[in-house]
Design a protein around this ligand. Structure first.
Ligand code: E4P
Length: 217
């Protein structure tokens, strides 16, 4: 399963990319606003920090303008993925980019039917927002299981990119359900490596090792 970072903080991204475990990046207009930087500049910098897919979101609401915006974003770097909303206009733009070999990420997905339409349009990625579904009183991860079944039933290539993930449990369940990717806020990514028994065990091993007075090197 690919792990993406959901961030426009390039300092944090550069640091976490050193782990060798960041497979891509997602952004959205809220994260661009949070960066306080010009979108094209920050997307270019991010695309240079990771080799994998970097999602940059169009903000128009009609297909024609979305296509113009998407073409401009896709020209920034070869690893740019044009992110488009789950509307009929967004799906028209997805079909255009799919026909032209440009990667797309369909965002704001909240149902299996929406995911079906995105796959039929040729989307590279579908982004179901699990955390926002949880906030809404549903079980967000149930949607991942549903989409996995639909996509497998018809052998769609569209990759399931679990978005709006808020906890390490979302990541574990995404992996158990066979999601292709999950995008994470930096803190959740950092939390993936943590376990109190790992810390306690390492502390004990190092203390015992120190008692031996030995050195490996
Ligand atoms: C990523 O593609 C999404 O835009 C993001 O995960 C949304 O997360 P949020 O629901 O925490 O804003």
């Amino acid at each position: 399963m690919q792990l993406f970072l959901d961030t426009t903080d390039t300092a944090v991204l550069a640091d976490l990319a050193k782990t060798g475990l960041v497979d891509g990046v997602t952004t959205n207009p809220t994260l661009i606003a949070k960066s306080g930087r010009p979108m094209l500049e920050v997307i270019k910098e991010i695309a240079g920090l990771v080799d994998g897919p970097v999602s940059a979101e169009a903000v128009a609401t009609d297909a024609e303008t979305m296509i113009k915006e998407g073409e401009k974003l896709a020209a920034i770097a070869t690893n740019i993925v044009v992110k488009l909303p789950l509307t009929f206009e967004g799906l028209k733009a997805v079909q255009h980019f799919s026909a032209n070999g440009i990667m797309t990420n369909v965002t704001l997905c909240f149902s299996a039917n929406q995911a079906l339409l995105a796959a039929k349009s040729g989307a590279t990625f579908i982004s179901p927002f699990v955390g926002r579904l949880d906030d809404h009183g549903a079980v967000g991860m149930d949607l991942i299981q549903e989409i996995r079944t639909v996509y497998d039933n018809y052998e769609f290539d569209t990759e399931i990119l679990v978005a709006s993930a808020r906890t390490t449990d979302h990541v574990k369940t995404a992996a158990l359900y066979g999601a292709d990717c999950v995008t994470l806020p930096p803190q959740v990514f950092k939390d993936l490596v943590k376990h109190p028994l790992t810390d306690r065990g390492l502390e004990a091993f190092l203390a015992d090792w120190a008692k031996t007075g030995q050195s490996i090197l």
